[in-house]
Design a protein around this ligand. Structure first.
Ligand SMILES: *Cc1c(COP(=O)(O)O)cnc(C)c1O
Length: 393
């Protein structure tokens, strides 16, 4: 059973044909969202059926945009563990601390969720060539799933991206174009060749399918907590697909009656070296201004501007959450603490959520008994130079 009915613009609500390959809204240029016929799903016992299935995040396939199971391109992504962090929680004054640990995903980060869905759907709708502008991990995931699908893949990354990311892409057979500049410059270089080359652009929120993969983190969280969401989610924010995706998952689950009651406060974490969302949140703005000269060891957070800014800010505010920026030295200390206290070797982006939890607890913004979930979005093994720096911090 498939329930995708249309694609809807997140800004002007214009509808687009779900069976054509779409990028952004043709009317206003904003991100498109997949919309489903949710009513029939509410009438069955799907929630418990899904729990009993195997197949990682594809257990939620009725709520994903791929029409035929045979078109699913998978490497076993999703269904990652929710780990209780008791010793760490005691150390920082949180009695119910959890880590949703995405470190064992294909290509080493949660970017796999989005790319698995987007590559599957793009191939299903006839795409043969794909391209992405990436600070590293989206490129790695696209190279990986593109290889699995037999697609031609082009990756545009800043020249100063950590070497591991580039090697990963090239090993998987992707064409890597290094750009002297930021991810925004990469996006421009990609766009200049895209139409002529016939590439499908999988850059963040330039198409509606990656978000659907990322939203499965929200479904899994609800499942972990027995269909009762935690109080707080602390999430490292770059382009914002994970945060927007989880918020969308909560909305869908409410509509189909899988969850009721309160939603978590969404806490967006960025680096003080690149914090456009935190700044906009503090200013009370609906959109975020571009950040000049972004610099941080958490390369996944080096997103100076993002097309989904208004959606991130709306989700944070609607949830009663907040946004917080963390300096790199605290990220490095938190990375060591998480590894040494709980055995979780986090990526720096994931470690930033622990640093945020420590600060928020100190400022009284988290209660001692609240159920707090940190998102570790990838493996520290992808960042040897960051581990080296963390040992010196
Ligand atoms: C891309 C990335 C992020 C930020 O992801 P968004 O959901 O797009 O904000 C966080 N952590 C890691 C490891 C990443 O690669």
């Amino acid at each position: 059973m498939r329930s995708l009915t249309h694609l809807e613009c997140s800004k002007c609500e214009a509808q687009h044909d779900p069976d054509e390959l779409h990028s952004v809204c043709e009317k206003c240029g904003k991100p498109l969202l997949c919309r489903y016929d949710l009513e029939p799903l509410a009438k069955c016992t799907l929630r418990e059926e899904v729990r009993a299935r195997s197949g990682g995040m594809w257990r939620f396939r009725e709520l994903l945009p791929v029409a035929n199971d045979a078109d699913i391109v998978t490497l076993g992504e999703g269904h990652t563990p929710l780990l209780r962090a008791e010793r760490l929680g005691r150390a920082i004054g949180l009695g119910n601390l959890f880590v949703k640990d995405e470190s064992a995903m294909p290509a080493g980060t949660f970017k796999a969720r989005g790319m698995a869905v987007a590559v599957s759907r793009a191939v299903e709708l006839g795409a043969t060539k794909a391209a992405v502008a990436s600070t590293g991990n989206a490129g790695g995931a696209l190279a990986t799933y593109g290889a699995r699908a037999g697609m031609e893949v082009h990756i545009f990354m800043p020249r100063d991206t950590p070497e591991t990311a580039r090697l990963e892409c090239e090993t998987a057979g992707a064409d890597v174009v290094l750009i002297d500049g930021l991810i925004s410059d990469c996006a421009q270089a990609l766009a200049a060749r895209r139409d002529e080359e016939g590439w499908f652009d999988l850059s963040t929120l330039k198409e509606p399918y990656r978000l659907e993969g990322k939203k499965t983190m929200g479904y899994e969280l609800a499942e972990h907590f027995d269909w009762e969401l935690p109080d707080v989610i602390i999430y490292p924010t770059g382009g914002g697909t994970g945060l927007i995706g989880m918020w969308k998952a909560f909305e869908e689950m409410e509509l189909i009656g899988w969850i009721s009651g309160h939603r978590p406060r969404m806490i967006s974490v960025q680096s003080t070296g690149c914090a456009p969302i935190v700044r906009a949140f503090k200013q009370g703005a609906d959109e975020a201004e571009r950040w000049q000269d972004p610099e941080t060891v958490a390369s996944g957070l080096r997103a100076p501007g993002t097309i989904g800014d208004f959606l991130i800010l709306r989700a944070i505010r609607d949830s009663g959450g907040t946004a917080i920026a963390i300096p790199d030295d605290e990220i490095l200390q938190a990375l060591r603490q998480l590894a040494a206290t709980e055995g979780i070797l986090a990526c720096p982006e994931g470690a930033a959520t622990l640093a945020a939890a420590i600060r928020l607890r100190e400022h009284g913004l988290l209660d001692a008994d609240e159920r707090v979930v940190l998102f570790n979005t990838g493996s520290g093994l992808k960042y040897p130079e960051v581990l080296r720096a963390a040992l010196k911090a």
